[in-house]
Design a protein around this ligand. Structure first.
Ligand code: PLP
Length: 415
């Protein structure tokens, strides 16, 4: 990032300077500057991340942990250095950080390696009605395979977690409470302290899906007091193909492996094997080396911008978005008050897919569909919605262009 991208005298980021770090943002679509508003799906990458991955392949590429030669040692240092950056980012010890391919694999790891060995008939897993499918389907499979029961915390009419109901859903039989920290459909940060307190009362574990919160908020796993936390590199300016599972070390140590193969063993004979220490026990095969290095560079970038500034700026953008979007006639906004950086909406008389196509003609990229959260759509009573989601390089003007695009789409459809 350029030194001046953060102006310390103002609360706002110097977004124009910061945008220069993201080559993909400089393009035009149909002759109009690209307005990229699908950041909850994936974020764009700054040059420093692209360069870090490229530099790794050009200068340091070798397999990790096994090589006795200098190149291999450099690759190992780069990979383990990235683990250190992740650990510092969330206030965790390095051995509690497992590199996975993303949030989805991290949650599956827990659902298999913990779930299959610790759940049985009579036990209950509690999720919420606003989960992304990646924190729902793995638990459906775990319940099916173990005879455990899957329960959920319902939503209120305001699209928030129903805390009253949570008090009855979480009970003596609950063994795991797995919930989304910041929702990819409603933009709300869930009251995880309250939910965790309920889980602790009954001795249940807590897993947080931090896919949306890690890019937006400063997270500290000690403060959150969660047992597991999962997030994806590509939603926080890192490369695709790498994500993180944090687990309390004593839990990871007690767990069986997830995948078997190289790297994760201590010794192997033809009938049985013993396991490597954590975190490597959960990193079977050649790991995501270049991707982890890229994630390390993304964390450096995020820290340089300042995560607290990111949170504040996204809050300002969101206040503006709420104002201008709700002023467009025919718009139904599903994002509750307090929801930030993710705006879920429909425009009367237009299917969200058609709307997304019309906006695309104006160079505006928004998501349309169920956003991998079909139970949340069922709660809203719709099959699909449009979604605009922001990140640090989005501007107030881009949100105005979205509102203009919606106005145009409305005029186009009405005739
Ligand atoms: C809240 C939430 N959880 C999980 C995921 C899955 O992440 P990934 O596809 O990177 O594994 C997403 C992705 O959209 C998400 O928004």
């Amino acid at each position: 990032m350029t030194q001046t991208a953060v102006d310390s005298t103002e609360s706002l980021l110097d977004v124009e300077r910061l945008r220069a770090d993201f080559p993909a943002l400089a393009q035009t679509v149909n002759g109009r500057p690209l307005v990229y508003l699908d950041n909850a799906a994936t974020t764009q990458k700054p040059i420093s991340v692209i360069e870090a991955v490229s530099r790794f392949y050009r200068e340091d590429n070798a397999n990790v942990h096994r090589a006795i030669y200098q190149l291999g040692e450099r690759a190992t240092r780069a990979y383990e250095g990235a683990r250190g950056k992740v650990a510092d980012l969330i206030g965790a010890p390095e051995r509690s950080i497992v590199f996975t391919s993303g949030t989805t694999e991290a949650i599956n790891l827990v659902a298999y390696a913990w779930g299959r060995h610790n759940l049985g008939p009579g036990d209950e897993i509690v999720i919420t009605a606003m989960e992304h499918h990646s924190n729902l389907v793995p638990w459906q499979l775990a319940a099916r395979d173990t005879g455990a029961t899957l329960r959920h915390i319902p939503l209120t009419d305001d699209n928030l977690l129903d805390l009253e109901a949570a008090r009855t859903v979480i009970g003596e039989r609950t063994k795991m409470v797995a919930l989304v920290h910041k929702s990819n459909v409603f933009g709300v940060v869930n009251p995880v302290a309250e939910i965790t307190a309920l889980a602790r009362e009954v001795g249940a574990l807590v897993l947080l899906d931090a896919a949306q919160s890690a890019p937006h908020l400063r997270l500290d796993v000690q403060e959150l007091d969660c047992d597991f936390l999962a997030f994806s590199g590509h939603k926080m300016m890192g490369p695709t193909g790498v994500g993180v599972l944090y687990g309390k070390p004593q839990l990871l140590e007690a767990m069986e492996p997830f995948l078997g193969g190289g790297e994760m063993i201590s010794s192997v004979n033809l009938t049985e094997s013993t396991w490597n220490e954590i975190p490597w026990k959960f990193e079977a095969g050649t790991p995501k080396i270049a991707q982890a290095v890229g994630l390390g560079a993304a964390i450096d970038y995020l820290e340089e911008v300042g995560i607290d500034r990111v949170t504040a700026y996204l809050g300002q953008l969101s206040d503006h978005a709420r104002q201008v979007l709700s002023a467009v006639p025919g718009v139904t906004l599903f994002t509750p008050a307090g929801g930030s950086s993710v705006f879920l909406f429909n425009l009367e008389g237009i299917h969200p897919h058609d709307l997304a196509q019309l906006l695309d003609q104006e160079g505006i990229a928004v998501r349309a569909g169920h956003h991998c959260a079909q139970p949340a759509m069922a709660h809203l009573g719709v099959a699909a919605t449009a979604r605009a989601s922001f990140y640090i390089y989005n501007t107030f003007e881009e949100i105005d262009r979205l509102a203009e695009g919606l106005e145009q789409a409305r005029r186009f459809m009405s005739g």
